[in-house]
Design a protein around this ligand. Structure first.
Ligand SMILES: C[S@@+](CC[C@H](N)C(=O)[O-])C[C@H]1O[C@@H](n2cnc3c(N)ncnc32)[C@H](O)[C@@H]1O
Length: 279
């Protein structure tokens, strides 16, 4: 069956080398705390939707160990290719099975549906027009008693301080570029209700800190990830007439200056939620 929504789902950041570098930075910053939150057990079978460059997927696989099995689903062939290259260069090419496919129409065999212990998706729901359809696929893929775990952005919670010059207009345009594609930049706050509407039980939520301040080891990476995300969405903002070129450049320059400010701080968290598939 061809799912009409899959054709409408558009990923704003793309898969250029610059974007792949930014995604790697994001993984360096977040993976340890996301893994703690995911609380995997040895031997679990895990499905990772929108697996990107596969760094977190491989960390999942190392954690469940050789008795577990991990499948990463990714729609963009450039991301899959790079995920495989990175896995090979770490001598981990056998660790994860990377499979090309759409999270809205999972490429699972008949025998695989309803067998995974955990279905996981990080920073995927913000890029699809109807996240409930992805959650429905996750629920179908998991065995009774298994878990669906989602982690995503809520762009309403983003507070850099002192506010970088030109930031407000740039951020507004960035958020609007999601909305223009029919995607929800505030999906993070909806995670619990999405899991509840999908019929899951024992739902819990938490935040993973995605901020930092000047002087911290990870602050430059956090600032670079932010600047990279905005630069990667430049075309979407300009072609959508959400911002002009001059304001875009002024906003980026403001962030570059903020990055060097000794009192700069970013207050931001990724939203996480999980629920259990009923027996
Ligand atoms: C922000 S990246 C996150 C990657 C990874 N989950 C991580 O946290 O490092 C989102 C990824 O989802 C992929 N993606 C977007 N829409 C998708 C869809 N409908 N089905 C499968 N993958 C999708 C993108 O190509 C991209 O690699």
């Amino acid at each position: 069956m061809n799912n009409d929504m899959s054709e409408l789902s558009e990923y704003i950041h793309g898969s250029s080398p610059e974007e792949q570098h930014r995604l790697s930075l994001l993984n360096d910053i977040l993976n340890a705390s996301c893994l703690r939150e995911l609380n995997l057990q040895p031997g679990e079978n895990v499905l990772d939707l929108g697996s990107g460059l596969g760094q977190f997927t491989r960390l999942i696989a190392r954690t469940v160990g050789s008795k577990g099995h991990v499948v990463g689903i990714e729609r963009d062939r450039h991301q899959i290719l790079q995920a495989k290259t990175l896995a090979e260069s770490s001598k981990e090419s056998k660790l994860v099975e990377f499979r090309k496919g759409d999270a809205l129409e999972l490429p699972l065999s008949g025998a695989e549906w309803g067998t995974f212990d955990v279905a996981h998706a990080r920073f995927l729901l913000e890029h699809v027009p109807n996240p409930a359809l992805v959650i429905a696929q996750m629920v179908r893929s998991v065995r009774p008693g298994g878990r669906v775990f989602v982690c995503d952005d809520d762009h309403g919670d983003f507070r850099p301080w002192p506010e970088p010059s030109g930031f407000h207009a740039l951020w507004q345009a960035y958020v609007s570029s999601y909305e223009k594609l029919g995607n929800d930049p505030y999906v993070g706050r909806r995670l619990v209700s999405l899991l509840r509407e999908a019929g899951l039980s024992s739902i819990r939520n938490n935040c993973v800190f995605f901020g930092g301040c000047a002087g911290n080891e990870r602050f430059q990476a956090i600032a670079d990830n932010l600047i990279g995300a905005l630069e990667g969405a430049k075309d979407a903002m300009l072609s959508g007439e959400l911002l002009d070129e001059e304001s875009f450049a002024a906003g980026i320059e403001g962030l570059q200056q903020w990055k060097t400010d000794s009192s700069a701080a970013l207050w931001y968290s990724a939203c996480c939620a999980e629920g259990i598939v009923p027996n």
